[in-house]
Design a protein around this ligand. Structure first.
Ligand SMILES: [Zn+2]
Length: 93
């Protein structure tokens, strides 16, 4: 696992890249397409996060792990909370 602890998640249209997400481990950068559905967003974020943690891992394993983690998180009702800019996150247990 990489020692890097800083990361940044950016959302933008990734049409040219022909991908729903991409990760640049050396920069700690995760990019996600803005058009993802909630469940797909969860999966792609986890997928790219796995790439960031384990840059040497093969795409097939990353894909399998991302989908399983998504199913685990989704089954436990983890969802994304969308906030207005500068809003405080709500307190959730
Ligand atoms: Zn990938």
């Amino acid at each position: 696992m990489t020692k890097r602890r800083k990361f940044k998640v950016v959302e933008r249209r990734l049409g040219k890249e022909k991908a729903w997400g991409q990760c640049t481990p050396a920069e700690g950068l995760i990019e996600l397409d803005t058009r993802l559905s909630a469940k797909r967003h969860c999966e792609v974020l986890l997928h790219e996060g796995i790439h960031l943690c384990f840059p040497e891992m093969g795409e097939k394993e990353v894909d399998r792990a991302g989908k399983l983690l998504r199913d685990i998180m989704w089954s436990q009702n983890y969802r994304r909370v969308l906030l207005q800019p500068n809003a405080k996150p709500p307190r959730i247990s």
